[in-house]
Design a protein around this ligand. Structure first.
Ligand code: AMP
Ligand code: MG
Length: 297
């Protein structure tokens, strides 16, 4: 487990001006990682990940048995920041019956014809389960803000500041509603640098087994990098609430990202103090009788 005070260095301080440039994309953001060189850090991060995956398995079982909470985990990032890989690794310790992953692409016509939160509401995890959003309603204040032409058929055609502030407010209220009803909301921004993204795109272009991951729009979106960073800063600043905080996770080293995300998920579940349900006197009596019947068979 990474010390809580060190994990806090990944959090956005409410009320303090938030700038992404203040968050390191390597590993300097985490105090206890600074002492390692790259190779030693890889070993340390991998053993942290392994331990956390074991803990996550038992916490998930408790989440299911306890049946009071659900966990919604949101991943947002630029292309090639490692969302898919992080989800694959972190969830390798989880029982698939209690977990569902949803990847959100460009909305369909049916989805566009509903309120912007509609398609996400339908995918929320039920009590006892973990739900993972690979991209989320945050796209509606990120890619859509960078490309306002994506907004169609809305009564208010003005895409001004108030329009986006209203969307942030909708998101905050929606998340507050979820939290009040027992859904814990964790939001991760995987913070990759522009240089590292270039390296990963080059890999996708040069290695045939990775070619399929490259999409035609990747370069045109990369050209809008500073617009995206601006949209992320504004969205994170406006939606970093006490009930659903953001974690800015360094993403230039995959093993660092995976270890940190697993640690935050596991420690969040642990803080819920999940318990096996306590049986009533009547239920205990039923078990006792069933035991006797089986013994006497
Ligand atoms: P990927 O995650 O790489 O498969 O890409 C999915 C694409 O869908 C990304 O380019 C997203 O920006 C896009 N996308 C996801 N949600 C929305 C949305 N609400 N509106 C428009 N585009 C979206
Ligand atoms: Mg992509």
């Amino acid at each position: 487990m990474i010390k809580q005070e060190h994990i806090k260095q990944l959090c956005v301080v409410p009320g303090k001006k938030f700038h992404l440039k203040d968050f390191d994309t390597g590993w300097a953001q985490i105090e206890e990682f600074k002492q390692y060189d790259k190779e030693a850090l890889k070993d340390h991060a991998n053993s942290l990940l392994e331990q956390n995956l074991l803990d996550l398995t038992s916490e998930q079982q408790l989440l299911y048995a306890d049946d009071r909470y659900s966990l919604l985990i949101i991943f947002q990032a630029m292309d090639a920041a490692g969302k898919d890989g992080t989800i694959k690794h972190v969830m390798s310790g989880v029982n698939p019956q209690g977990c569902q992953v949803f990847s959100f692409k460009r909305p369909s016509d049916e989805e566009i014809n509903h309120n912007f939160l509609w398609r996400y509401m339908k995918c929320l995890p039920e009590r006892g389960r973990i739900g993972i959003f690979n991209r989320s309603y945050y796209e509606d204040v990120l890619v859509v803000k960078v490309h306002p032409e994506l907004l169609k058929n809305l009564p208010d055609s003005k895409k001004n500041t108030v329009f986006w502030e209203d969307r942030y407010e909708d998101i905050n209220t929606f998340e507050h509603h979820l939290v009040r009803n027992g859904t814990v909301v964790l939001k991760f921004f995987l913070n990759v640098s522009k240089e590292e993204q270039k390296k990963r795109f080059m890999e996708r272009l040069l290695r045939p087994e990775k070619n399929w991951k490259f999409s035609a729009s990747d370069l045109s979106e990369r050209e809008r990098w500073s617009d995206y960073m601006h949209a992320y800063e504004e969205a994170i600043r406006a939606t970093n609430t006490e009930w659903a905080p953001w974690y800015i996770v360094p993403a230039d080293n995959k093993w660092v990202t995976r270890a940190l995300v697993a640690d935050i998920i596991t420690s969040t579940l642990r803080r819920l103090e999940l318990k096996l349900p306590k049986l009533s006197e009547t239920q205990l009596k039923i078990l006792e009788e069933a035991r006797k019947i089986l013994e006497n068979e």
